[in-house]
Design a protein around this ligand. Structure first.
Ligand code: FES
Length: 145
């Protein structure tokens, strides 16, 4: 049911933890399943993501997608990180079962929330970044996969 890459990132998740004095921290939850995700971003003065860590109270698919998402955004600029959608993360993991697609949204939204926090702290506007929701569950019904 799960690809080898999903199993690998689930059993051996990358970048689990916290970043002290992070440039941006974002927390989102999904009220439907009760899972929570928190992302920490360390962003340098050029707007490049130097480090990214996550913590989750979430299912295996949420762990695997967050692990992959942190790998994908590290080294990217803030603008490039916005392109790391849940679809991009799922592709990098060779897919997820349809019932688990919503789990990948936690990682994407938590990164957006952390970027939003970073933008607010630095009084900047990140083009294309919308104010994240703290609960992604309401949006889900409208999403097309
Ligand atoms: Fe809630 Fe996967 S079941 S994030």
């Amino acid at each position: 049911m799960y690809s080898e890459k999903v199993m690998d990132h689930f059993s051996n998740p990358r970048n689990v933890g916290e970043i002290e004095n992070a440039s941006g921290v974002g927390t989102v939850g999904n009220a439907k399943c009760g899972d929570i995700m928190r992302m920490y971003l360390d962003i340098d003065e050029d707007g490049v993501i130097k480090d990214c860590k996550f913590k989750t109270f979430g299912c295996g698919a949420a762990v695997a997608t967050s692990s992959m998402a942190t790998e994908l955004v590290r080294g990217k600029t803030v603008q490039e990180a916005l392109q790391v959608t849940n679809k991009a993360v799922m592709e990098a993991l060779d897919g997820l079962p349809p019932v688990k697609v919503h789990c990948s949204l936690l990682a994407e939204e938590a990164i957006h929330a952390a970027l939003w926090d970073y933008a607010e702290k630095n009084h900047i506007v990140i083009d294309g970044l919308e104010k994240p929701k703290s609960d992604i569950h309401e949006e889900e019904e409208d999403e097309e996969y």
